[in-house]
Design a protein around this ligand. Structure first.
Ligand code: ADP
Ligand code: MG
Length: 578
């Protein structure tokens, strides 16, 4: 934070004149706060050279000038959505008014984190009753390693003021779009908050567009090609929303739900929409009113992941040579053990809904048929398959499951609801599936035992969070949404399909370091993670780092726990029973 009396813009101009043509290091003298007619400009961090990560700046516009009506941010849903909206406006304005790269490295570039399809809490823009603040980056311009003061002067005195004018002043914004943004988010949050009392784990509004432009482009599929969602009559529910009014759509009830149907008929697309229904989506996304229980976790097979002392006994026990699975560890898990660990770890964190797609599952964890049971008796098969556990999960632990299965009708016996996709349209085939199950009784033997079994709490040891080599500064870098580096360690998050924004990954990486202060060898993993989330709830995402930045987006406890579970440094002890 830069404190003290702000300097004048004239002073900034003079400084730039003075350092023009000098070595890059002289840019350091820019650090500080400057008073502009309509805002304060903070230069928080100055990059060390033209190729280094760009300098970090902030503008703070008093509400007297910015003029955002209270109802654009008067509750948490609206505030988060407004901040998200303003980040997008700022980003667009940068594109419009910044002259782009000029000179060496990232010289001349003014930019802000670009949000995707989700409306997430971000620290790129802060809004409160006294001001609106945007945090952005600028590549301070240079030719070679010499300061280009003239271009810098243009950036500070022409481009940034225009960007601010066009993105942070209410009366210059498209009011209709702004209100749509906050109202859509408020409706989605409201809808999500109503699921529990309606006995639902998810809601998919009629007319939703679920398919995406492509596997790598999360924007909606062209509306001329996409088949809009239409609920089966029997699953249709009505909800009155604060802004949109009455909407109808498919309610997925608690319990065990199957999504069946022929290949390519839209099963995975529906499940994917449910996975991301834990987040709000921007107007026009097509999934604005697709909402899922916030504690829904997608679980999949993840060959090669590390596992640290997870009690896998509900799914795997009696390995060959007397290996036990009460506290199973490996550096390189198989398909079935990795998926079993992913399930158990989600339960350990309090997941109330599991989302599973056969496309990404280990078949041998999903079920064993009668013939295999005959050939390989249970006492020689360490795995208890999910089909024998899924009802126990619901009845004993109130954990619902939605599972995509196109290949095996064995699951009919354990399902409460069967949704069949036919040419992208869902049908409720629950009754038909029951009839089929009666007509062709399964000869499978139940192998699930008396009860699901115990989910044991684990206590991370303090050294799990020591990433720094003694005497060295900790270097952390985020390479992409699913890949980060923490000191000497690579953190591979490729299997976390509900991680969507690089800002989340940045926040998670810093949260890993932050979490260390709660890892006292007494708190459980869940307690540590929930404490971190509480701190963020109370103090905002900024709590994660002493540096002021705008690069964070909010994440869930499940993704932070998943990152901890994949740490090469994680060491735990099991909570003693009783
Ligand atoms: P499945 O899992 O049943 O094999 P997918 O969900 O992968 O099928 O969908 C197959 C293809 O159909 C995907 O390319 C997807 O984009 C497209 N698709 C899915 N839903 C729709 C829809 N409602 N309208 C148009 N195309 C769709
Ligand atoms: Mg599929």
């Amino acid at each position: 934070m830069v404190e003290g009396k702000p300097k004048s813009r004239e002073e900034l101009k003079q400084t730039l004149k003075r350092i023009d043509g000098k070595g890059y290091k002289f840019y350091r003298s820019l650090k500080g706060c400057y008073a502009w007619p309509k805002y304060l400009l903070y230069v928080d961090h100055v990059q060390s050279d033209p190729f280094a990560p760009p300098s970090r700046l902030r503008v703070r516009v008093p509400q007297k000038v910015a003029g955002f009506p209270k109802d654009t941010y008067h509750n948490k849903s609206r505030e988060i959505a407004l901040r998200d909206f303003l980040t997008r406006c700022f980003h667009d304005a940068c594109k419009k008014f910044c002259g782009g790269k000029r000179g060496t490295g990232n010289s001349g570039l003014i930019t802000i984190e670009k949000p995707g399809q989700e409306i997430l809490e971000r620290n790129s823009v802060i809004v409160n009753e006294s001001f609106v603040e945007a945090r952005f980056t600028a590549g301070l311009p240079a030719h070679g390693r010499r300061i280009d003061g003239k271009t810098a002067e243009t950036m500070f005195s022409k481009e940034i003021p225009r960007i601010v004018e066009q993105s942070l002043i209410f009366q210059n914004l498209d009011g209709e779009k702004l209100y749509e943004h906050v109202e859509v988010a408020e409706d989605a949050d409201y809808l999500r908050s109503r699921l529990e009392e309606m006995g639902l784990i998810a809601f998919v509004a009629d007319g939703s567009i679920l398919p995406r432009a492509s596997g790598v482009d999360p924007r909606p599929m062209d509306r001329r090609l996409a088949v809009p969602f239409r609920s089966p009559e029997s699953l249709r529910v009505k909800v009155e929303l604060p802004n949109r009014g009455l909407v109808t759509g498919m309610g997925i009830p608690k319990g065990v739900t199957l999504i069946v149907g022929g290949g390519y008929h839209g099963k995975s697309t529906l499940l994917k929409a449910l996975e991301l229904g834990v987040y709000n989506h921007i107007p026009g996304d097509g999934r604005e009113l697709v909402v899922t229980n916030p504690s829904a976790v997608k679980v999949r097979a993840e060959d090669g992941r590390r596992i640290e002392q997870v009690n896998l006994t509900p799914f795997i026990s009696n390995l060959p040579r007397g290996q036990t699975t009460e506290a199973f560890s490996t550096e390189n898990a198989s398909g079935s053990t990795s998926q079993a660990a992913n399930i158990i770890e989600a339960l350990e964190m309090g997941a109330k809904v599991l989302l599973i797609d056969e496309d990404t599952s280990a078949t041998n964890l999903m079920f064993r048929d009668r013939r295999m049971q005959e050939l390989v008796p249970k006492d020689r098969e360490p795995i208890t398959t999910f089909i024998d556990k899924v009802r126990q999960l619901y009845l004993e632990k109130d954990v619902s499951t939605v599972i995509v299965v196109g290949s095996s009708g064995e699951y009919f016996d354990v399902a409460d609801c069967v949704i069949c996709m036919v040419e992208y349209v869902p049908y409720d085939l629950t009754r038909e599936a029951r009839k089929v199950a009666e007509k062709y009784p399964s000869e499978r033997r139940q192998e699930g035992g008396e009860s699901f079994g115990e989910v044991v709490s684990r206590i991370p040891l303090p050294q799990s969070f020591r990433f720094r080599r003694p005497g060295r500064k900790l270097k952390a870098s985020v390479k992409g949404v699913h890949l980060a580096r923490l000191g000497d360690h690579v953190l591979n998050l490729w299997a976390l399909e509900q991680l969507v924004d690089i800002g989340q990954t940045r926040a998670i990486v810093d949260a890993l370091v932050y979490a260390g202060k709660y890892a006292d060898g007494k708190r459980s993993l869940r307690e540590i993670v929930e404490q971190v989330l509480r701190d963020i709830e109370e103090k905002g995402l900024d709590v994660l780092s002493p540096k002021i930045s705008g690069g964070y987006a909010a994440f869930r406890k499940f993704e932070l726990a998943a990152a901890i579970n994949r740490l090469p440094t994680l060491k735990v002890r099991l909570e003693r029973k009783g």
